[in-house]
Design a protein around this ligand. Structure first.
Ligand code: HEC
Length: 258
């Protein structure tokens, strides 16, 4: 084969592998999130419900290593009260130590503790999940193309596999995953949690809430950033007006020919 032909074949293979990658998952559902746009803010009650869904459903497999319980009380987040944060943390058993005898021990969690992980290490997590690693959720929304829309879509994207589509054991059909295969059983079903604030726990409600919570975790300063953006824009508008008028004044001293 000539060099030119070889180049052509390589290019062709490259192209095929690309189209295969991109043809696999459907475009995510577009959701009208409250935190979108420059004036966007998180819906406080949705964040609190989202934490409940994460804690009661997702946390048995997915860790959130970058978060501490006290983050749940910070401004711009779910804004749980100090007492609520203490109570949430105290529900977890944290390994601490060593004590004066050199032994590790467990104690109730404190607000300053990091979120407790469901597994000791990645290997244990994979062994428990058919070889697939449930990704840490601290910054998952940022790490995935499509962000919040994508996470919501995966949660809502479980379907009966089309006829002839091969699925191995422990693998499920999902419209929005690459290759349409996912090694996570459908995590949400109508009424998976019972919301303290009386909101009806439909599948899409829980998916929205938990995705809102995960978006905040990935971007805890989103609200502050939006506020700064607004201030900068206001400043620029006022500055433009001032510059415009001072320019008119300065130039008015120069005689015009008309
Ligand atoms: C029984 C364990 C388990 C539970 C419970 C669980 N997951 Fe998963 N999840 C997994 C595993 C394992 C994977 C990796 C799947 C793969 O790679 O095919 C995964 C993958 C995902 C992904 C796909 C990420 C990607 O790679 O694009 C998302 C999103 C996700 N989980 C969200 C959730 C949410 C939200 C909840 C709670 C409502 C949840 N999961 C509950 C085990 C679980």
């Amino acid at each position: 084969m000539s060099k030119k032909n070889l180049q052509f074949v390589l290019l062709f293979l490259f192209f095929i592998s690309f189209t295969k990658l991109f043809a696999a998952g459907e475009k995510p559902i577009k959701v009208d999130w409250s935190f979108k746009g420059i004036t966007g803010k998180f819906d406080r009650s949705s964040l609190q419900r989202g934490y409940q869904v994460y804690n009661e459903v997702c946390a048995s497999c997915h860790s959130m290593n970058l978060l501490s319980y006290r983050n749940l009380g910070e401004k711009g987040g779910p804004e749980f009260s100090v007492d609520q944060v203490k109570a949430i943390a105290a529900n977890f058993e944290v390994t601490d130590g060593p004590d004066s005898e050199g032994e590790m021990f467990t104690r109730p969690g404190r607000p300053s503790d990091k979120f407790v992980s469901p597994y000791q290490n990645i290997q244990a997590a994979m062994a428990a999940n058919g070889g697939a690693y449930p990704p840490d959720m601290s910054v998952l929304v940022k790490a995935r193309k499509g962000g919040a829309d994508y996470i919501y879509s995966v949660l809502m994207g479980y379907e009966e596999a089309p006829a002839g589509f091969e699925l191995e054991d422990g693998v499920y059909y999902n419209k929005y995953m690459y290759g349409n295969k996912i090694k996570m059983a459908k995590p949400l079903a109508e009424g998976s949690v019972s919301y303290a604030d009386g909101t009806e726990a439909t599948e899409s409600q829980m998916a929205m809430d938990v995705t809102t919570f995960l978006t905040w975790a990935s971007e805890p300063h989103l609200e502050a950033r939006h506020q700064t953006g607004l201030k900068v824009i206001m400043y620029l508008i006022i500055l433009t007006i001032l510059v415009y008028f001072s320019m008119r004044r300065l130039w008015s001293r120069i005689d015009s020919k008309e």
